[in-house]
Design a protein around this ligand. Structure first.
Ligand SMILES: *Cc1c(COP(=O)(O)O)cnc(C)c1O
Length: 356
């Protein structure tokens, strides 16, 4: 038998998500999941859903969910795209919008899935270094490119840029699609939605996984001009018409319609974040100013990897990235006050006994 068929297989290094361990009493602060349950209206959809309807294919346009999102954001339903998590939406945007020979630009420190999609779809790209404070210099993006991709707030730093900064990027990049990944925008950053009126090359991507406590349901959203959304739909319908199942469409719409629950949950996460940022500082950590549901921290003497392993041994899961420039940082998801207190107590003990 020849093994030559193996040479024809795709060789690729995939993205590695935060570990999903099944351990009792685990404090899971490693994947930016929300510690609070989704809106009770989502539970109601699950209780009352007519299972007989599953005989039929779902509505390929996900009209019910798009209508709810359009009302929520004050845009037309034709400016809304939904997909199976924002990772699915982002993967489609690469195929729909990054089709030139010129490199797509994104920061060197950012969501580590972006270079993986570039490699999967053979999209040329260039990373643009953040400065020493992990900030983006907008002037670095004043040049022809195949597209611009920026998360705001950025991941894994949590740092958000303001309206003037984002308008500046858009004003200087009108000959390509500019994608702003707003996965964490609901935790206190400024959303680009008002700029959609002015820039028809702007695409905003959001997710239900963080601020809406629905990571397990998989809902991602894109907002943009009708031309961008029509192009995304065409790519999706050339690949899989039914990325959204019938139950998810209903549950997602129910979540969007419960705005007061949504806002109260985001507020709780932000309050815990601000309290804990001060507590980490009291333990000697430097804390990046966060507008997200996580804190990105580094300690002057204790090594991040050692802290990560010591916390892991106590069933306290946080995130460590073995990547250039950030390999002495930890990304800590904001959990409940009780979960954060457990982590803070363990860190206090560790730093005292490690003699660092
Ligand atoms: C979490 C995250 C996503 C993906 O979220 P989904 O669960 O796939 O919707 C996309 N971008 C960034 C920056 C994220 O942190």
């Amino acid at each position: 038998m020849s093994g030559l068929w193996q040479d024809k297989l795709r060789k690729i290094d995939p993205y590695v998500p935060g570990e999903q361990a099944q351990i009792p009493d685990l404090v899971k602060l490693n994947a930016n999941e929300n510690p609070y349950p989704p809106s009770p209206r989502v539970a109601e959809v699950f209780r009352t859903f007519a299972v007989d309807g599953l005989r039929l294919y779902p509505n390929a346009n996900a009209t019910r969910l798009k209508t709810a999102l359009a009302a929520h954001h004050g845009v037309s339903p034709t400016q809304v795209f939904v997909g199976n998590g924002s990772d699915d939406v982002l993967a489609l945007t690469f195929q729909a919008f990054f089709c030139s020979e010129q490199p797509v630009l994104f920061p060197d420190i950012t969501y580590s899935f972006y270079p993986v999609w570039c490699s999967l779809f053979r999209t040329p790209y260039e990373t643009v270094p953040l400065n020493a404070q992990f900030r983006i210099n907008p002037r670095d993006y004043d040049r022809p490119s195949g597209g611009v991709l920026l998360p705001n707030p950025n991941a894994p730093t949590g740092i958000a840029e303001n309206r003037a900064f984002l308008e500046d990027i858009l004003a200087h990049n009108q000959d390509c699609v500019v994608i702003i990944d707003e996965a964490y925008v609901d935790f206190g950053a400024w959303s680009c939605v008002p700029l959609l009126e002015k820039y028809d090359n702007l695409l905003i991507v959001q997710t239900f996984s963080k601020s809406r406590s629905l990571a397990g349901l998989r809902i991602g959203v894109a907002l943009g001009s009708e031309t961008l959304i029509r192009t995304l739909e065409a790519v999706k319908n050339s690949y899989n018409s039914y990325t959204m199942d019938a139950l998810t469409i209903e549950a997602g719409a129910a979540s969007v319609e419960d705005d007061s629950y949504f806002r109260a949950t985001c507020r709780k996460v932000m309050d815990t974040r601000e309290r804990c940022a001060r507590e980490f500082e009291a333990l000697g950590f430097s804390v990046c100013p966060s507008s997200a549901n996580f804190l990105f921290v580094t300690h002057p003497t204790a090594r991040a990897k050692d802290i990560f392993l010591a916390m892991r041994a106590r069933n306290l899961f946080i995130r460590y990235f073995d990547l250039p420039r950030i390999d002495n940082y930890l990304r800590i998801t904001v959990g409940t006050d009780d979960e954060m207190d457990k982590l803070l107590t363990a860190l206090r003990e560790y730093l005292a006994q490690a003699n660092v």
